[in-house]
Design a protein around this ligand. Structure first.
Ligand SMILES: [Zn+2]
Length: 413
């Protein structure tokens, strides 16, 4: 069967595993997710892979190498979705990886290093409020205690949900040997519009940005909007407005790549005739460079202090998350680049603004990512779309990169 037909069929099939409503709703460990998982396991088996399941339900399908003891090359992504998301986020990386193995089978490619195709469970934060849980678990960064604490909106713990699916996290059955990995690679839609704008079909990811997230509570005074003169106010929303613009300005004028967003603004009492007494802001600052992020956060904090003092507003600031950005590995980056050069494919080296499972693996092994364009940069939305020609090109680049990474004569140094 032609690659295109097979890929089109598999994407169409994955589209069926969704709760009702617009787009794809396939929350981690839901019935839809479980059905999709069963389908993916059948594809992995059809591709001749040996399936193992770890203590978080992550699926690992192995294509044995000429040297079974050699470090493995790991490749994959996730299949869960946000509510009303798209059919490409994560799914592309899983179907692409499986297709790469199909191509190896058809072309009779013999890998020296074992190749592990992985499907990480629960990548999206939609159900438990935290992202990349499967890869965290595989990398030993998620404890059973954490699993008991993480609850979904029905107040069911992640731990209980795992058990209800027959997964026993207490058994500590780690399938991915973190000490014996040669390289890790994931293909993903860009989830931004850079590739589309510059008309390049392949993105080679140089680093994965990580966020610092700050919750800011501003307290002024909620006075009558008619009876309080302009000079006698402590308007928390006006302070918030200045802070929002300063976050934008600090990120915009930074000489190094960083993005800053205020995505949450809750105003209290939020009525027309009362001066806003309290505002809660959610600030998200990201960079692929740890130092740039640290500097930006400290500049933002200084701006917050200055604005609140000037306006006599009380501030309490909580850092909700402060994660480490990840630099991806030159060896894997060069391997992808070589494939693109040989095939005359235009590519762009670029950071990933969104987090991915591979950022955890990057702490243990040389890791890289391939991006393909998605229409208008839209993702986490029913309008998410990737063209088949881009999917096929990305899959071919992934296939050739996997061949080169798992061939006997390739070495890290
Ligand atoms: Zn994803």
């Amino acid at each position: 069967m032609a690659v295109q037909t097979r890929m089109a069929e598999n994407f169409a099939k994955m589209q069926e595993f969704s709760a009702d409503g617009k787009g794809i709703t396939r929350l981690a460990f839901s019935d839809e997710d479980w059905q999709a998982r069963t389908f993916i396991i059948s594809l992995l088996k059809q591709a001749g892979l040996t399936i193992r399941i770890d203590d978080f339900g992550n699926i690992i399908g192995r294509r044995q190498g000429k040297n079974p003891a050699a470090p493995a090359v790991l490749c994959g992504s996730h299949i869960d979705s946000v509510p009303h998301g798209g059919n490409f986020d994560g799914v592309l990386g899983v179907l692409g990886a499986i297709e790469a193995v199909n191509l190896m089978n058809e072309n009779n490619f013999k890998n020296y290093n074992p190749i592990d195709i992985v499907v990480f469970m629960c990548e999206e934060s939609s159900r438990f409020g935290t992202a990349t849980l499967g890869s965290k678990a595989a990398c030993g960064k998620l404890t059973v205690r954490d699993m008991k604490q993480y609850k979904d909106t029905d107040n069911k713990s992640l731990y209980d949900i795992l058990h209800s699916r027959g997964i026993e996290p207490d058994k500590r059955n780690k399938v991915i040997d973190l000490k014996n990995l040669k390289a890790c690679i994931e293909m993903h839609i860009e989830q931004g519009k850079v590739l589309e704008n510059i008309h390049k079909p392949i993105g080679i990811v140089t680093g994965i940005a990580a966020p610092t997230r700050i919750k800011l509570e501003l307290r002024g005074k909620a006075d009558h909007s008619g009876a309080t003169p302009m000079t006698m106010r402590n308007d928390a929303l006006c302070a918030a407005a200045e802070i929002i613009l300063s976050v934008e300005n600090i990120a915009l004028t930074s000489l190094q790549p960083v993005v800053g967003t205020v995505g949450i603004a809750n105003v209290s009492p939020n009525v027309m005739n009362v001066i806003p007494g309290e505002v809660e802001l959610g600030i998200d600052i990201r960079s692929i460079y740890a130092q740039v992020k640290t500097n930006t956060v400290s500049t933002v904090k200084k701006a917050i202090e200055k604005i609140s003092q000037k306006r006599k507003i009380q501030v309490s600031l909580h850092t909700l998350a402060d994660e480490q950005p990840v630099t991806l590995d030159d060896y894997v980056i060069n391997s992808i680049e070589n494939v693109c050069r040989e095939d005359n494919i235009a590519y762009n080296k670029m950071p990933s603004g969104a987090g991915h499972d591979m950022m955890h693996l990057a702490e243990h092994a040389p890791t890289g990512m391939i991006f393909i364009p998605c229409r208008d940069g839209i993702s986490h939305n029913a309008a998410e779309w990737a063209d088949m020609k881009d999917i096929l090109r990305g899959t071919d680049v992934l296939y050739k990169t996997l061949c080169s990474l798992s061939a006997a004569d390739s070495s890290i140094n």
